[in-house]
Design a protein around this ligand. Structure first.
Ligand code: CCH
Length: 275
């Protein structure tokens, strides 16, 4: 028979505080990258949500369609199986939470736990079944080899403006690129498990040169330890976007409040909340 400890661990439906604590307890690790799964969980929440198209009202976090083929196998989503597997025991422990709510909440909790702003988050996402296949077509997430026009096309399609585009891009303060996933290497900042405005200060203050190698076009700093993607440098090559980069580089509080608003909105795109 189940002992008292197991009985106690059964949570009440709607107890999101316990789910938050369970997510937070998974972040620190010796097994992944820079000692935290946080950046990977932020990327999971972003890729779950960033497929949204405001015209057709398709894509987005509702449905958690990334669990299914073909979306699970889309090139842009390489490596995110690790994040979904990490969260699976939490889904087992709290079966009343939907995958779509769990994956988005994990991104919000990760930002908060890594020293970022409080991310307004509410439940209400449903999980779709795989019949008929609910996934949006491949190619909706941004392509790192492109420039400002492509970024605007993608972020405007979701319903963001230039400020939302630049604010969200600041998440690249976190985490790193993995050669075995998309061919790129290295982190953007020297503190990849700490949310900060350092992505913007690095963009402006560092001399970025094209890396000479056989891999895809990327840029490196003089130490060769940090990197920028072509899409990252597009933010300082475009005059209007650069103004916003400068603003966030000077004012981390302003970045944090704009990021919290934009990330919260991202996680809610296309979600049919019952008022
Ligand atoms: Fe990103 N991102 N991202 N990104 N991203 C990658 C990793 C992270 C682009 C490309 C890449 C956002 C926007 C963009 C994170 C959050 C956000 C990687 C490396 C590429 C390539 C993947 C790998 O190798 O593991 C492009 C292009 C765009 C254009 O807009 C936005 C927006 C967000 C969140 C709000 C995070 C976090 C990571 C690190 C993941 C990790 O495992 O460390």
């Amino acid at each position: 028979a189940a002992g008292p400890a197991l009985m106690e661990s059964k949570s009440k439906e709607g107890d999101y505080k316990s789910v938050r604590a369970a997510i937070a307890s998974k972040l620190e690790t010796d097994d992944y990258d820079d000692g935290s799964y946080g950046p990977l969980l932020v990327r999971l929440a972003w890729h779950l949500s960033g497929t949204y198209d405001k015209e057709s009202k398709t894509g987005g976090s509702n449905g958690a369609t990334m669990r299914f083929d073909p979306e699970s196998g889309h090139t842009a989503n390489r490596g995110l199986g690790v994040a979904r597997n990490l969260l699976e025991p939490i889904k087992m422990q709290y079966p009343w939470i939907t995958y779509a709510d769990l994956y988005t909440l994990a991104g919000a909790v990760a930002i908060e736990e890594m020293g970022g702003p409080k991310i307004p988050w509410r439940p209400g996402r449903e999980d779709k079944l795989n019949e008929p296949n609910p996934c949006a077509e491949d190619g909706r997430l941004p392509d790192a080899s492109q420039g400002a026009e492509h970024l605007r096309n993608v972020f405007y399609r979701m319903g963001f403006d230039d400020r939302g585009l630049v604010a969200l891009s600041g998440a690249h303060a976190l985490g790193r690129c993995h050669m075995e996933r998309l061919g790129y290497v290295n982190p953007w900042t020297p503190a990849p498990t700490q949310m900060s405005n350092m992505y913007f200060t690095e963009l402006l203050d560092t001399k970025w040169t094209q890396k000479k190698w056989w891999g895809p076009k990327q840029f490196e700093d003089p130490s060769k330890e940090l990197m920028m993607l072509p899409t990252d440098l597009a933010l300082v090559q475009d005059k209007k976007l650069k103004q916003i980069v400068v603003e966030y580089a000077k004012d981390q509080d302003k970045f944090f409040s704009d990021f919290a608003e934009a990330f919260s909105k991202l996680l809610e795109l296309g979600v049919p909340f019952k008022e």
